[in-house]
Write a protein that binds this ligand. Structure first.
Ligand code: ADP
Length: 169
């Protein structure tokens, strides 16, 4: 999109350098919580350098699980997926940063943990698609939608980490 300065002057050289800050919704699923992987998983995103803007332990009601996974309603595994996600507490996280959506998906790895690369969360910590320990939004649009779905207003924090100038020039 073309952007204008406050004086209405078009600055094309600035347009190219403006990088979009994205939001993504990441969730440790009930198996990750039960297996004691919460700290390990949060730590991977922290160490990467993304900014945490929301965090809570939460028992997901059935209606919310159904809304979150509504695109998969026709799948044979949908009922067991809803049972799985509501079977115990999840850890909800909102992360922010330039390129965070695609990068989080890379850190998470392929849906099937047996296909996921070593070094990824699923590649290192899981063995089956039906117990793949973590969710991450698949597009910037879904990142916004899912963050708004799982967090109420007032549950997200706007802050500036002290390390910010050491992460991006
Ligand atoms: P991802 O979570 O990697 O974005 P999908 O959007 O395709 O993957 O699926 C959402 C979730 O549904 C998966 O993470 C997994 O928990 C579950 N799921 C997907 N495919 C299957 C399957 N074949 N059997 C059981 N569960 C599945």
């Amino acid at each position: 999109h073309a952007r204008q300065s406050t004086h209405g002057i078009f600055l094309p050289h600035l347009v190219a350098s403006l990088e979009q800050v994205e939001q993504t919704y990441v969730m440790v699923k009930p198996d990750g919580v039960q297996r004691g992987l919460v700290g390990e998983i949060i730590s991977r995103f922290e160490r990467k350098g993304f900014k945490l803007t929301g965090l809570k332990l939460f028992q997901c009601p059935k209606e919310l699980a159904e809304e979150h996974y509504k695109d998969l309603k026709a799948k044979a595994f949908y009922p067991s997926l809803i049972d799985y996600i509501t079977s115990g507490p999840v850890v909800c996280m909102a992360w922010e940063g330039v390129g965070v959506v695609a990068s989080a998906r890379k850190l998470i790895g392929s849906t099937d943990p047996l296909q996921a690369e070593p070094g990824t969360i699923r590649g290192d910590l899981a063995v089956q698609t039906g117990r793949n320990v973590i969710h991450g939004s698949d597009s910037p649009e879904n990142g916004k939608r899912e963050t708004a779905l799982w967090f109420k207003e007032g549950e997200l924090c706007e802050w500036t980490p002290v390390q910010a100038p050491w992460l991006r020039e």
